[in-house]
Design a protein around this ligand. Structure first.
Ligand code: PEP
Ligand code: MG
Length: 754
């Protein structure tokens, strides 16, 4: 009989439909189902194995000995059936006994049968059983027959779940068990939580179609919508707003218009499946194929298709919301391929414990926003969306970049102990809140925080900081779809100043451009190879003076009789500072002349991020009120090492003599000119580094809020003069390992390093 997948499957499905509608026990139904499949597929044997008590138990058979039913059991991974379930694989063998996993079960009487084909019965992406056919002739089953088996397995999974034939706790296959993974540490912190997908997976509930034409229409319209969406994202990406990479979008586009894919889904609908089940069925086939592929590039592309298939499923079932829209339960760990900063901000901060991304980088906007929100992030964890399942327990250690999915008891306990330790430490830090950061020998340091959101200012008291030493004004630009107008900037700055009360806030003018390209500045898009050294920050602001004027006016008006503190990023030569300052001064004059609110006075600061400026300090220092060293950018330029490149992340140490000598020179010159110096890069938020900085005479820090306690504890246990003397010795004849030398000294001195 010429068999097409559709006719074979449809014949079986019609029969299955009747069986399911009939009254009777689930066992009786399964017994009928195997007869039905065997007949339709002209197969001598058809068997169903289901997962019960961690083994695959023969539940029903046509063709094998009936005595074997509920007697024959295979462990996960054991025999052909166990292999199919454990690996989610399809097997199609002309001679079953030649397969290395073959395990002979005499009670079944299967020795007469040579060929074997089996497919997993999948529920919620986990194998809950296996559907197998066997034949006396040694022949491989046709591809259409395998597809028919898969279709039937899908419908069976609905029947099995409905009848509760499998034990809920044993429903997992390769996802079973603990998995340790490592990624790139993006935002430090530890968290335990439950896996939530940013784009939730759709669980296919109904598999058998009532009206095939209706299902076809649903799929057509879903394809249309999906293509529109992809076109839209591509257009946005051209303006630099979309989180997705161009390469991925290209692949998305290719698959979205792929005739083969839509045809296979249509064929699955022809065989009697609902639109959802058809999409899922085709996806299962792709997943099974993926297991056969070794090429990592091709695998990556398959993941793209999986993404798209998930998107199609969400469109067809009308479940388009992200997890942010549906709301988080307590203690959620969010998993996504990538996220945009605005998408992250939609989540409830109190319930979001951590974020794990398959992509991501240190300087990605989402990372900066997550740091501001105080949410630990690990990035570059390949395949996390396939390793973890919704609802899994997950442990995230953002301090080391490690994570554990479905931890075992002992691993979980040890993680909890470490987390308790860090909480205890945090409690000790909280106790330090009312105390100022003064060294043992009486040197008053200042600890301010880096911020970028309005809420950050409200937390100043809670973290026990002296103010905001770096307010990254570009955050507002990054998370908004259009250029924030002067009024919305004004509202934000006023809110921040109001919340900070008496504590100082240093606003940094926008640091955009380069890798932080904004859609509404599309003409400024940087095509340079290295955007960090490109058309960004003050360079862009000075040429876009309307933008800078609007920001200056907003800041001036927001300050309204208070002191306004501003600083400019990425100054390479003093004239850039002078121009920026002049622009502000003109705006103040304008405000005063127009009788508009204006600050009591302005303190102007320069950021030292570009090494060339250090050569010109004699010119600059007399003109500024403070100097703020951006060690993130400064070190990348000193070492010529891209700060976004993970391969270089650990290579050059902030405690290298080159940086320390450079900073010492700057600190000395500034001290001689009586200009206060502050470090506002990540370096100042690390206890050992901050200790070294104090040794160089830098006593002011602006750091991530989470580090305030640790830095304060370090300062209060330190003798500033002693560390100064030690730094002099070490920099005179630098040891190969400066970090170790400093750590040893700190230990001997009893300096608290967290
Ligand atoms: C720096 O470069 O150190 C800095 C504080 O600025 P940003 O990290 O925002 O570039
Ligand atoms: Mg910088």
């Amino acid at each position: 009989m010429p068999l097409t997948a559709a006719t074979a499957a449809r014949e079986i499905l019609t029969g299955l439909h009747e069986v399911m509608a009939r009254r009777g026990s689930a066992q009786a139904k399964l017994d009928r189902v195997v007869d039905l499949i065997a007949e339709a597929m002209k197969s001598e044997v058809c068997s169903i194995y289901l997962l019960r008590d961690s083994s695959l138990e023969l539940f029903a058979t046509h063709g094998l000995r009936k005595e074997a039913v509920h007697v024959t059991k295979l462990a996960m991974g054991q025999g052909l059936v166990g292999t199919i379930a454990a690996e989610g694989r399809i097997l199609n063998l002309a001679e079953a006994s030649t397969h290395p996993a073959f395990a002979y079960r005499p009670e079944t009487g299967e020795e007469k049968f040579h060929s074997f084909a089996g497919v997993p019965i999948v529920r919620r992406e986990n194998a809950i059983g296996v559907l197998a056919v066997q034949h006396a002739d040694a022949r491989r089953y046709e591809e259409v027959e395998i597809e028919a088996l898969q279709t039937v397995a899908m419908v069976l999974s609905e029947l099995i779940a409905g009848a509760r034939l499998v034990d809920g706790s044993n429903r997992r296959r390769q996802r079973d068990g603990m998995v340790r993974l490592a990624g790139l540490k993006l935002v430090a912190g530890m968290a335990r939580g439950t896996v939530v997908f940013h784009e939730p997976r759709v669980l296919v509930e109904h598999t058998v179609a009532e009206d095939i034409e209706l299902e076809r229409a649903r799929v057509y319209s879903a394809f249309r919508k999906m293509r529109e969406q992809i076109e839209h994202i591509t257009r946005e990406a051209e303006f630099g707003t979309a989180g997705e990479h161009a390469e991925i979008l290209e692949t998305y586009k290719m698959f979205a218009y792929d005739e083969g894919w839509s045809r296979r889904i249509n064929e699955a609908i022809d065989s009697g499946l609902t639109a959802e089940a058809a999409i899922e069925r085709v996806q299962q086939r792709t997943r099974a194929r993926m297991l056969e592929i070794d090429d990592p590039l091709l695998k990556e592309r398959m993941h793209d298709l999986e993404d798209l298939s998930n998107r199609l499923l969400r469109i067809v079932s009308g479940r388009l919301e992200t997890a942010a829209k549906t709301g988080l339960n307590r203690d959620a760990v969010l998993i996504a391929r990538n996220l945009g900063p605005a998408e992250l901000l939609e989540y409830d901060r109190r319930r979001l414990k951590a974020v794990v991304l398959e992509e991501g980088s240190l300087t990605a906007h989402v990372t900066i926003v997550a740091r501001a929100m105080g949410v630990p992030v690990i990035g570059r964890v390949p395949d996390i969306r396939h390793t973890a399942a919704e609802g899994d327990t997950i442990l995230v250690d953002g301090d080391s970049g490690a994570l554990v999915v479905r931890p075992s008891g002992p691993v979980s306990a040890s993680f909890d102990a470490r987390m308790a330790m860090s909480q205890k430490r945090r409690a000790e830090y909280v106790a330090l809140r009312p105390f100022p950061p003064i060294t043992r020998d009486g040197r008053r340091c200042t600890i301010m925080v880096n911020a970028g959101l309005a809420e950050d200012a409200e937390q100043l008291e809670t973290v026990g900081a002296d103010g905001i030493g770096l307010f990254r004004t570009e955050f507002q630009f990054l998370i908004s779809a259009t250029l924030p107008g002067r009024d919305s900037q004004l509202r934000l700055y006023r809110k921040v100043l109001d919340a900070a009360g008496d504590k100082p806030v240093v606003f940094r003018t926008v640091d955009i451009g380069g890798d932080k390209a904004l859609p509404y500045l599309a003409d400024e898009k940087d095509e340079a190879e290295n955007p960090a050294m490109g058309w960004r920050a003050l360079r862009l602001s000075l040429s876009r003076s309307t933008l800078m004027k609007a920001q200056a006016r907003a800041l001036i008006e927001a300050a309204d009789r208070r002191v306004l503190r501003v600083m400019f990023p990425m100054i390479s030569e003093p004239w850039e500072y002078e121009e920026a300052r002049a622009l502000f001064e003109e705006q103040v004059e304008w405000a005063r002349a127009a009788n508009r609110p204006a600050p009591a006075r302005i303190e102007f600061g320069a950021m030292l991020e570009v090494p060339s400026l250090a050569e010109m300090l004699d010119q600059l220092l007399p003109r500024i009120d403070f100097l703020s060293i951006g060690t993130n950018d400064l070190t990348q330029f000193l070492f010529a090492a891209d700060r976004a490149d993970p391969r270089l992340a650990e290579r050059y140490d902030w405690l290298s003599p080159a940086i320390l000598r450079f900073l010492r020179r700057v600190a000395r010159e500034a001290a001689a000119a009586n200009v206060p110096v502050r470090v506002c890069g990540e370096m100042g938020g690390r206890p050992l580094e901050a200790m070294a900085l104090i040794g160089l005479g830098i006593n002011n820090f602006s750091i991530t809020p989470a580090a305030v306690g640790a830095i304060k504890a370090m300062i209060r246990s330190l003798d500033a003069d002693a560390v100064g003397a030690r730094m002099e010795q070490l920099l005179a004849a630098p040891p190969r390992n400066m970090r170790k030398a400093l750590a040893d000294w700190a230990k001997r001195q009893g300096v608290v390093l967290g």
